[in-house]
Design a protein. Structure first.
Length: 86
């Protein structure tokens, strides 16, 4: 479940695949070890399987975040910084 709070809209980015990704930020207490990302199912190697929606959660600096994110999604980091400054 997403945390309560005031959400900051970070806009959208388009991945090379054409998929549109929307981003938001919210200030909240979050322990990455307690995150329950939920699951999605898909057919993989001929069998329906379930996978986590999120592969990992970690605290990091903005520079580290930009390095770790998909290049298109890295644009969310400066947008977040501008939103926090404004």
């Amino acid at each position: 479940m997403a945390p309560d709070g005031i959400w900051l809209d970070l806009g959208s980015v388009r991945l090379k695949s054409g998929k549109m990704v929307l981003g938001w930020a919210v200030e909240a207490d979050l322990d990455p070890a307690n995150l329950n990302p939920g699951l999605f199912s898909m057919v993989w190697r001929g069998q329906r399987q379930e996978f986590p929606e999120i592969d990992r959660v970690a605290w990091c600096t903005p520079t580290e975040a930009q390095r770790l994110l998909n290049p298109a999604q890295a644009e969310f980091v400066p947008r977040l910084i501008r939103g926090l400054e404004g």
